[in-house]
Write a protein that binds this ligand. Structure first.
Ligand code: MG
Length: 269
């Protein structure tokens, strides 16, 4: 036996979807927050999209984009505020404290994760249905990644918090690659730590070197906490959605190797 298995995160490792997810979140936010977003004109819309790029590292799952859009609107237009959560808040403070802030604002706004996930997925579906090329065009694969996937000699799996059907559509339409459905672990297949355990337990993977490439330090730290996953090589992609501070933190953790995009593409071959 021998050979390599790569478990790959999707957003921020293979695909830069920030433009798409921000635009989807703005569209979706207009449904539950229509009154709040009345004050959003095109210049404020582009300000929101710019801030969403800065805040992208805090997003673990797509629905959080909806919360961020509302928070940004409340930040920019105090008159639109229906709550006090945005009082004294800045974009920098959101970037630093999102994990603590998120449960507080969900409670304050009476939001539930599942309904936001549904709404976000529904708006994306509608966008795809009505304007597939526009939706696909709002995403891009990082330079060299499509070829690296196409010519990879390693076993590849996608492990993502994105809904699998969106990852599949982008791989096919934008990168020209079909990855079999059983190799795409999307939203709803359980935490990444559990997916990695499943992958390593499969008899056909016995003897393979295991590699996991991510752009979120927090996710890699969860893997490190699980002794059953001690055999995995862990990589943080520098090109993805992480901050300078997070990259510095990752550098101080011996288990994590920092990876440049060009090295990543070479590794898959
Ligand atoms: Mg990611």
């Amino acid at each position: 036996m021998g050979g390599d298995l790569y478990a790959l995160d999707f957003d921020g490792v293979l695909c830069d979807s920030c433009g798409e997810s921000s635009a989807s979140a703005l569209k979706a936010s207009r449904l539950p927050y229509s009154r709040l977003l009345q004050s959003v004109d095109s210049s404020m819309e582009s300000w929101i999209i710019d801030q969403m790029h800065i805040l992208r590292p805090v997003v673990e799952t797509g629905y959080e984009n909806l919360l961020l859009v509302r928070l940004l609107v409340e930040l920019k237009a105090p008159s639109a505020r229906k709550s006090s959560v945005a009082d004294g808040l800045t974009v920098e403070a959101i970037l630093e404290n999102w994990m603590k802030l998120k449960p507080v604002i969900m409670e304050e706004w009476g939001e539930e994760r599942d309904s936001l996930v549904d709404l976000f997925g529904r708006v994306r579906d509608e966008w795809m249905e009505n304007d597939l090329s526009g939706w696909i065009g709002a995403n891009r694969f990082y330079p060299g990644v499509a070829d690296a996937l196409r010519f990879a000699s390693s076993q590849l799996y996608i492990v993502t918090t994105k809904q699998a059907r969106f990852a599949d559509a982008l791989l096919r339409e934008l990168a020209g690659i079909t990855i079999p459905a059983e190799r795409i672990y999307g939203l709803g297949t359980g935490p990444k730590v559990k997916v990695l355990q499943q992958l390593q337990a499969m008899p056909q993977h016995e003897g393979l070197s295991l590699h996991f490439v991510e752009d979120r330090v927090a996710t890699l730290k969860n893997v490190i906490k699980e002794p059953a996953l001690d055999g995995w090589n862990l990589y943080l992609g520098r090109w993805g959605y992480n901050t300078e501070r997070e990259r510095e933190e990752a550098e101080s953790i011996p288990r994590i190797q920092l990876l440049d995009l060009s090295d990543f593409s070479k590794k898959l071959k």
